[in-house]
Write a protein that binds this ligand. Sequence first.
Ligand code: CR6
Length: 838
Amino acid sequence: SIPEHMREAWRKFSPRGFTTKEEFEAEAVKHIETTLARSLFNCDELAAYSGTALAFRDRLIIDWNKTQQRQTFADQKRIYYLSLEFLMGRALDNAMLNVGLKNVAKEGLADLGFRIEDIIEQEHDAALGNGGLGRLAACFLDSMATLNYAAWGYGLRYRYGIFKQEIQDGYQVEIPDYWLDFNPWEFPRHDVTVDVQFYGWVNKYTDDQGKQIVSWQDGEIVTATAYDVPVPGYGTPTVNNLRLWSSKASSGEFDFAKFNSGEYESAVADEQRAETISAVLYPNDNLERGKELRLKQQYFWCAASLHDIVRRFKKSQRKWSEFPDQVAIQLNDTHPTLAIVELQRILVDMEGLEWDAAWDIVTRTFGYTNHTVLPEALEKWSVPLIQNLLPRHLQLIYEINLYFLQSVERRFPKDRDLLGRVSIIEESQPKMVRMAFLAIVGSHKVNGVAELHSDLIKTTIFKDFVKVYGPDKFTNVTNGITPRRWLHQANPRLSELIASKLGNYEFLKDLTLLNKLEPYVDDKDFKKEWAEIKYANKVRLAQHIQKTKGYSVNPKALFDIQVKRIHEYKRQQLNIFGVIHRYMAIKAMSPDERKKLVPRVSVFGGKAAPGYWMAKTIIHLINKVGEVVNKDPDVGDLLKVVFLEDYNVSKAEIIIPASDISEHISTAGTEASGTSNMKFVLNGGLIIGTLDGANIEITREIGEQNIFLFGNLSEDVEDLRHHHFYGDYQMNPELLKVFDFIKKGTFGDEGAFGALISGIAEHGDYYLVSDDFNSYCQTQDLIDEAYKDQDSWVSKSITSVARMGFFTSDRCINEYADGIWNIEPLQVKEENEVRSRT
Ligand code: CR6
């Protein structure tokens, strides 16, 4: 660093960041005219966005630098959140709100000739995730920064995020999402690199001093380069870091010999192969496929992150035994499990620690979050695959397993079966490494993401580990969402109304303050405003539908929304069969009956994994039903069916505030938590749901009278499936009528939907669609009735919002900090104090 006596100029000129409208304008114009080489003669909205984003980026970076200095200086424990997915959405609006300068920007942009809404719209979503798991990681980053925790996210810088979805002739078509054309929110750190090794072989020998040396040799080196993304906290100067790794052929590796001898092509091919590692996000939600490239991604990212963390730790010159006092690493699902093995490798092979001392450090460092009990989502990697790609890691995994099984055997000497059941290696053909088991063995805490889910993992998939470790290793942290994005940003008018009653915006930092709204539940004026805001949000969505779909929907109708990944367990098929049932009922109604009916708009949105054929069939059916129903003059406004294309974070910000009812209707026991349920209720929508995931806790918080629950309980699912399996069940007759209606060709070629129907009617109905159909339809009727009483509906809506405080991700992060990471927030010191000290 610069010697003390030469720091004067630095102190004098280090930028302070804009705070006034004029200062903002000056920054934006400077960027437009210099960085972008544009002028007032050719500044379009995209250029204005770019200038604005760069102005805010600069401002964030000033605080980012100070935060990093503060954290380095404090030298306390840090959290490292390892996630293969970060579904960040747009950054500009969030940055403006979190630093409290949105109004400044709004006025400044107006001076420059632009509307802030149009400018915000220009930004491409950062869509480096599939669904809930990735968005949860993004909410956690927001909370960790807001609460002043010293925390880093580590992920991959995919060149292609989740694909864009188009609907052509009712079918989903995937379009690549190349999002990096212009991304002002990332800082390439070409000086921060890690060389990551693959393939090769393991050399074990004894050196001159008689010491056993293990060295992993040859193979291929790929370089990881860091790209840093600032993560601003709300109402605090803390700006944390999300570090994303990008892969490149190692510069040493680019084969100059080949190149010079004229083998241009193969020299370049090596380079491309290396770059492929961080090229695409795997588009599966809750499904693992065992592809080698995916394993490469996992190791590449884990190794780069671990070496980065270790490098930072080593600067502190502490003893290795203090590593877990400085470092907490959270594994977001099993995707980063190799980090456990990599840390053990670093400590034993590279740093020369004894096995036991190293393993103690490892297990004290890691925590593992499980996000699913679905068997198809539990990661397993074949032993031959790991053997080839990561030969040393396979040896370490076997050793970890050996010591683990020995300890189990000592404690349960008579239980031979137990050993087989808890072994990290599955004795199949080929043998498989069970990543969840490795994650449990290598962590000090394992948590599920909602109460029911955390109970289920203890009684089903990880039952034997509860026996081995006792129950204390397993814990629950119910998911949460950030109220900054999901209330304040998505629903500014509601946020403002709440603030007007509560006196300030403190509730955005302490969401339990929402309970101060309860006294207004019967306040007429307040209710009126509340209802007006909901209506305005519905109008906004109706305009979006008009713009994107080309037809109008009536904003006075009941908006019934299901947006999330398309998956059989989430049961969009139950919803669309219910819609068809409703359509059939309307067609059979007399004009008088029709008059009494509440008009409905059924909105669907969500992507299907490109290889998930049944999910794509469901999308197809929804679209075909829409084509028929929306054109049926006999039905008019009574029913509309909308499939919104390309559901993503920024669309969620428009859709969620506009719901009257949203659907969270998974087969009980299958949805680990769900998080959109929380977003909808926080925005004053009521929900229909099964007793699954976080729905159960939402019910407990907001009260049974404010939620529409239906369907079988998770404890009965196994029995029901058993009966199905033996053909011992009766299909619901109303559902059969729906099937007949489809089979008649009402929605086009009935063959297209044959498998969807027969999966339910003939092949066991694994997701219990028929079992729950009756109770689903009845509950929908109750919703219609309840909606007619708008006054009581609005009261339910307000009461629910008032009781949603528990579901902030701030609460979640504090629970992780307390119960798993053992870490305190960092006190944010006065600016000058920090400056003079660093
Ligand atoms: N698909 C769960 O299915 C949960 C999130 C975040 C999921 C969902 O219920 O809310 O994680 N699981 O915890 C996985 O991705 C494995 C999800 O998003």
